[in-house]
Design a protein around this ligand. Structure first.
Ligand code: SF4
Ligand code: SF4
Ligand code: SF4
Length: 376
């Protein structure tokens, strides 16, 4: 195996291929404090890309209720069990094993294989915080009554396990945007990617007999547009852009700011070692031990930063830009109580006020003879 640098665990690690970072890296940031599990994102993806036969269970985007929900069944619990107990101290590199380092001789990555039945219940555990699924008896660790929604796409990982495991070399990572794709004409449906991806975001389609996955909406991204699951998000919880590694981070790049500068957004299960490129602003109300397991030991700092957003106009403005335009915002700035988003050439795409103006009207409009309600 080659030695590659993984900034999310702050050390070198083993990976089957040499480091080959793309020129740009596709990324999405999700604010989990705002997701309402409406599944509009799921439907936006399905109606755009996966409407043919055999697509019923091809949920490239899904939204699960944590801690009880999961698709496929218990994917997170099972991969963590496979990894075994590992420790990680705050502000230090992760010295535990990644799935590549924990692999046995016959594996590219430590993995588990979901059964057909595990893929059959995409809404399993939805909205469950009150013992509806046997109090979470299938989990060894019981939880207090709290939950949050976790929307998930493929993470277009810097070190993808799907790509590492494919015996046909049918999976590749694009240099121009870091999107990870499966060449459907090379794939023979062996399902090695499905087994190896710890996030279970590569899916075997029994009708076409090949594997498929989120394509990052690359035809839109090539035109400077954000993906379908992002622009259709009802809660405006998402922003798509390009992330730089921390040594090249730019303070006016929206994703760099949220991840590297403000420390508000974190990758999920970074300890697995894939450098996944979907990032989450963690929910402030959920169990912190659970959040540490999911987002790493620096999650408390991210929550503290979120709690004092009222003192950080730049971060406030950036969060207001989420869902404000269908174009990819390459640069942003906050000035005079407005947040501005710019495209690659520096042209203004959008501006939004940090605080919406409140307009109070008389209850009875004499001109139109109409009675109106004022909704704060
Ligand atoms: S559309 Fe947005 S708010 Fe609705 S479930 Fe998806 S991520 Fe959450
Ligand atoms: S999330 Fe899974 S399917 Fe997507 S790039 Fe990473 S390893 Fe591959
Ligand atoms: S990025 Fe595009 S392909 Fe991927 S989950 Fe979102 S809508 Fe689907």
């Amino acid at each position: 195996m080659a030695k590659v640098k993984n900034w999310q665990i702050d050390r070198e690690m083993e990976y089957p291929y040499a480091e080959n970072r793309p020129k740009k890296q596709w990324a999405i940031v999700f604010d989990l404090n705002k997701c309402i599990a409406c599944q509009t994102c799921t439907l936006a993806c399905k109606t755009t890309w996966t409407s043919g036969k055999g697509q019923e269970y091809m949920l490239w985007n899904n939204v699960e209720t944590k801690p009880y929900g999961s698709y496929p069944l218990a994917w997170d619990v099972r991969v963590l069990e496979r990894l075994g107990h590992q420790a990680w101290e705050a502000k230090k590199p992760y010295y535990g094993k990644t799935i590549y380092e924990a692999a046995e001789a016959h594996e590219k990555a430590a993995h588990f294989s979901p059964e057909d039945q595990d893929w059959m219940y995409p809404n399993h555990g939805e909205d469950d915080c009150a013992n509806q699924v046997n109090g979470g008896d299938y989990l060894s660790l019981k939880h207090d009554k709290w939950f949050f929604y976790l929307p998930r796409t493929c993470a277009h990982c810097t070190y993808p396990a799907c790509l590492a495991a494919c015996p046909r070399k049918a999976i590749y990572k694009r240099q121009e945007d870091g999107v990870v794709l499966i060449d459907q004409s090379r794939c023979r449906g062996y399902g090695e990617c499905v087994k190896a991806c710890p996030y279970k975001k590569s899916m075997y389609n029994p009708h076409t007999r090949v594997s498929e996955k989120c394509i990052g909406c690359y035809p839109a991204v090539e035109q400077g547009l954000q993906p379908q699951c992002v622009v259709n998000c009802i809660g405006k919880i998402r922003i798509m852009g390009f992330i730089n590694p921390p040594w090249n981070a730019k303070a006016d790049n929206p994703v760099d700011y949220l991840v590297h500068k403000a420390g508000l957004a974190l990758p999920y299960y970074p300890q697995l070692g894939l450098e996944p490129n979907i990032y989450y602003i963690p929910p402030v109300h959920a169990n912190q031990e659970y959040l540490q397991q999911m987002f790493g030991p620096n999650v408390n700092q991210a929550i503290d930063a979120y709690r004092i957003l009222k003192d950080d106009k730049v971060a406030q403005g950036l969060l207001m830009l989420m869902g404000s335009t269908d174009r990819i915002i390459r640069r942003f700035e906050v000035k005079d109580d407005f947040a501005f988003g710019y495209d690659e050439s520096g042209d203004e795409l959008v501006s939004v006020p940090l605080v919406e103006k409140m307009i109070t009207r008389t209850a009875f409009d004499e001109k139109f003879g109409a009675v109106r309600n004022n909704t704060p």
